[in-house]
Design a protein around this ligand. Structure first.
Ligand code: OOG
Ligand code: NI
Length: 458
């Protein structure tokens, strides 16, 4: 009898992210163009900067970059969210962080499903920004009930997918053959459906309440709405996008251009207008819907709570100085205000480390391996004497202000709407069926483990 071994969740995640990328490539051709552009730019950056290439290689970060993606989905019910948590768990992805977007006029709250330990992240850091619609923020009671009824009647997961999630939970994983079936079944949930779940009239009423509500409620499932490759130079990609026939949003979200990138910078192109058939009695009626877009990002160092507080303050100050207009008319002023206001944020790894603003991993250099440090040795002294090196820990999460900017640029300038900020992490976690992990704890643990490994080496 042959013994069947369990496929690692990391391998299932890679199968899934590859399948998702294949699917999105055929569904949204501009995505393929962006991926090619990002690959060109990344290759040029690495060719021009052998030191950076070497650093990435030594820190084990080079291989993951080309394959790296994040996606986003929007769900309608607690049941959908908790099943999605179980689905992602099969691929080694946990819910990390809580994002309240009501403050920014978007009626959702969100988490990011992603791998959490360093080894899994270096294999494939695929993440999915996952939002839950908040119908409680919709004033029109009758419309809310109608939306609830439509959502309650749909099932976004195939029976085969549910069965394999249950099997993985009982058996502690999936064998190869089941893993391949699971990926194919799970992919169905994220697919685009050009036939809406509702008549045009209801779609229009949902759309008038908020475009996002129409996007979540009107379809059979939570189509993946973008898939984002990671670039090593977002300014170059932003500049070259128009040459490839893609119009980027006016402003790059996040911190300004720096020598030492911090957190996350993102830009996107606007959602496409796509043909959709709406129910009309026994037949169909043609219409359009805009939901799916493209985005690129550049990732920098994960900041400590102290560093993050400084980032938040400086971002707020920049926006007080120049609020970026939805139509992009003051983009240049905003970007220069950003550069000016961020000047106090140190721009060398050494200084960021000294001031405790970012997380680093520590490892022995060649010399350090030849002369391993004595237990209890002083880390700063070891760095000073060239026995230990430090590398920035990559930020693996998202930024609420940036996410709001991305949502808004895709909802259209007319979609700005005020909700009272009402974060409700408790409610979100109850719907999710689990607490979300704290991102700072995860980064701190990666840093701690690397120090312990350095000092324990024999
Ligand atoms: C998610 C927007 C947020 C990001 O990268 O910050 C996001 C959405 O539009 O559903 O993906
Ligand atoms: Ni995104």
């Amino acid at each position: 009898m042959s013994v069947q071994t369990i496929t690692s969740p990391d391998a299932i995640r890679t199968l899934f992210s590859t399948a998702m990328s294949e699917m999105y490539r055929t569904e949204v051709p501009a995505y393929q163009t962006l991926v090619e552009l990002v690959e060109e730019v990344n290759a040029a950056v690495l060719a021009a900067d052998p030191a950076e290439r070497h650093r990435l290689e030594a820190a084990g970060g080079l291989a993951r970059i080309t394959e790296e993606r994040h996606g986003a989905i929007r769900l309608g019910t607690a049941q959908e969210l908790s099943t999605m948590r179980r689905l992602f768990a099969v691929m080694g992805m946990q819910p990390v962080g809580y994002y309240d977007l009501s403050e920014a006029g978007v009626p959702v709250h969100s988490t990011a499903f992603r791998p959490v330990d360093e080894e899994a992240l270096s294999r494939n850091p695929f993440r999915v920004f996952t939002s839950l619609l908040r119908l409680d923020l919709i004033a029109d009671e009758a419309l809310r009930q109608e939306a609830e009824r439509v959502l309650a009647a749909r099932s976004i997961f195939t029976p085969g997918c549910i069965a394999l999630i249950e099997k993985a939970e009982v058996d502690g994983g999936l064998i190869d053959e089941d893993a391949a079936r699971f990926v194919a079944e799970a992919l169905e949930t994220f697919r685009w459906h050009s036939k809406a779940n509702v008549p045009l009239d209801l779609y229009n009423r949902l759309h008038d309440a908020h475009r996002l509500i129409a996007d979540v409620v009107s379809f059979k499932g939570p189509h993946i709405n973008h898939l984002t490759p990671r670039t090593l130079d977002i300014d170059v990609v932003q500049r070259l996008m128009p040459e490839k026939g893609i119009a980027p949003k006016a402003v790059v979200e996040g911190p300004p251009t720096r020598r030492c990138p911090i957190l996350l910078r993102q830009t996107s192109f606007k959602a496409l207008s796509e043909p959709v058939d709406f129910r009309d009695g026994d037949s169909w009626r043609a219409g359009v819907h805009t939901a799916r877009f493209g985005e690129i990002e550049q990732r920098g160092i994960a900041l400590t709570p102290k560093g993050r507080a400084l980032y938040d303050t400086l971002l707020q100050d920049s926006r007080r100085l120049v609020a970026p207009a939805a139509d992009g008319s003051n983009a240049a002023q905003y970007m220069s205000a950003l550069v000016e206001v961020f000047a106090p944020f140190p721009d060398s790894w050494d200084e960021i480390r000294r001031q405790g603003l970012g997380y680093f991993t520590y490892s022995l250099t060649e010399a350090g391996r030849r002369t391993p440090p004595a237990p209890g040795a002083d880390l700063d002294a070891l760095i000073e004497s060239g026995l230990v090196r430090f590398d920035p820990v990559v930020y693996e999460d998202f930024l609420p202000v940036s996410a709001a900017g991305i949502f808004q640029s895709n909802l259209g300038d007319d979609a700005q709407q005020d909700f009272t900020a009402s974060p409700n992490q408790q409610r979100f976690e109850a719907d999710l069926g689990a607490p979300v992990l704290n991102p700072f704890d995860l980064y701190a643990e990666i840093e701690r483990a690397s120090i312990a490994a350095c000092l324990a080496a024999k």
